[in-house]
Write a protein that binds this ligand. Sequence first.
Ligand SMILES: [Zn+2]
Ligand SMILES: [Zn+2]
Length: 142
Amino acid sequence: MVSEISQVEKIPKSAFNQLRNQYRSDQVLEFLERNFEGRILGITKEDLYTEGLNFVFGQAKMKGRVSVVSIARLDPTFWHQPEDKELVEERTIKECIHEIGHTLGLGHCNKRGCVMTFSSTVGDVDKKTKYLCYMCKLQLGL
Ligand SMILES: [Zn+2]
Ligand SMILES: [Zn+2]
């Protein structure tokens, strides 16, 4: 599915909220949509939020082609825990698959362990696997 990996793009300053020191995820999505063709997953180290939530690990346009994941809070050092690169990678992979799932039309799932379960804490991310449950797979025709 991944056709190209680009590291050059800068997150748009216009999405930055100085008061919160965070970027608005919906504006990042709009930026990706405007500037890129095809299905896009943005990964940023910046902290993201959306209206009504303190933060988001990621966001996607449902059945759209753009999604974004923030590594900021997936990193245990954010929570004053010891550095663990493998854990960051594991969590990032899960959230990337989750957001891509939304672009493919999958909603949040209640099945324990399914990658499409909603995560509001890193504990939630750690509890789920990086795999789709049977029902989610079925929905995608897999
Ligand atoms: Zn979600
Ligand atoms: Zn599921």
